[in-house]
Design a protein around this ligand. Structure first.
Ligand code: PBG
Length: 325
């Protein structure tokens, strides 16, 4: 053995404290953003069948939900609205008494220190379920921008700390930035869903948010999972248009894209660990096939290793409990 030359990597793995010394990536509760689904009406805490542990809550249950987050040291939430009424242009999305606007107002009143992120999209609010306005069977880009901008401005008026547009229309960051600035909200950042793939991993979310397209699919605006250069072009436009954060979505099957976006742009990068990624692990864990805690912490750490600074995840509460232990 003496004459063979090799490197002893295991020296740095001998003990738990040694491994902690050389650990390169750390997951913190401050990295976690919890998604919440808010429904109209009263007395609702509806379990989402395909997402065990996730509920749609009405405003009267929102308080207890937010108290729980604060108790767990989670400091940011992203709010998705599930409205009672839908119409052709999604007008409930930009109504000042819309469900997201009311939820944001309530959260900021009760917990001013929480960072409240408003999801800015039309798909939950349009009767056809698309993220923009439909004219002659086509999603009308520029007209959609008007409604999306109105939505962002009413959300900022309600007190949202960050606007997160997820509609994938061209020019949405520029339009929203201009709208916010003109309305006096130049201090409100835009967290852009810069790179959003047309993914089957969104299935359970569409149950939770009642946002499935009623005809066709989203491939004329969301990206083809086969493309990498297109992700760079998308992110580049959003940076130029004034985005303050970039989201890559989904997360797990797109860690390569995350790394690339992180290396090219100097903005905080957000991984969206989407509904299908959540449900698959929950289902496997419920069957006793995987160790939920270990697998969740491993994958969240992997997203950070791939370059994510922040993670939007339905596992936020579970992860915070484990991290606080
Ligand atoms: C809607 C929206 C979707 C998600 C977030 N915002 C669904 C979609 O684009 O179809 C998916 C989130 C998830 O799956 O957890 N614009």
């Amino acid at each position: 053995m003496q004459d063979i030359q090799f490197k002893r990597h295991r020296r740095l793995r001998r003990t738990d404290s040694m491994r902690a010394l050389v650990r390169e990536t750390h997951l913190r509760t401050d990295d976690l953003i919890y998604p919440i689904f808010v429904v109209e009406g009263e007395g609702h805490k509806n379990p989402v069948a395909s997402m065990p542990g996730v509920h749609q809550v009405s405003l009267d249950y929102l308080t207890e939900e937010m108290n729980e987050l604060v108790h767990l040291n989670i400091r940011s939430v992203i709010v998705f609205g599930v409205p009672n009424e839908k119409d052709e242009i999604g007008s409930k999305a930009f109504h000042e008494e819309g469900i997201v606007q009311r939820a944001v107002r309530q959260i900021k009143e009760e917990h001013p220190a929480l960072t409240v992120i408003a999801d800015t999209c039309l798909c939950q609010y349009t009767d056809h379920g698309h993220c923009g306005v439909v004219r002659d069977g086509e999603i009308e880009n520029d007209e959609s921008l008007e409604y999306i901008t109105k939505t962002a401005v009413t959300q900022a008026e309600a007190g949202a700390d960050i606007i997160a547009p997820s509609n994938m229309m061209d020019g949405f960051v520029a339009a929203i930035r201009q709208g916010l600035d003109e309305a006096g909200f130049s201090n409100i950042p835009v967290m852009s869903y810069a790179v959003k793939y047309a993914s089957s991993f969104y299935g359970p979310f569409r149950d939770a948010a009642h946002s499935s397209p009623q005809f066709g699919d989203r491939r004329a605006y969301q990206m083809d999972p086969a493309n990498r250069l297109e992700a760079i072009r998308e992110a580049e436009s959003d940076v130029n248009e004034g985005a303050d954060f970039l989201i890559v979505k989904p997360a797990l099957a797109y860690l390569d894209i995350m790394r690339e976006v992180k290396d090219r742009f100097n903005l905080p990068l957000v991984a969206y660990n989407v509904s299908g990624e959540y449900s698959m692990i929950k289902a496997a864990a419920q069957n006793g096939w995987v160790n939920e805690q270990e697998i969740v912490l491993e994958k969240l750490t992997a997203m950070k290793r791939a370059g994510a600074d922040l993670i939007i995840t339905y596992f936020a509460k579970d992860a915070a409990k484990w991290l606080n232990q």
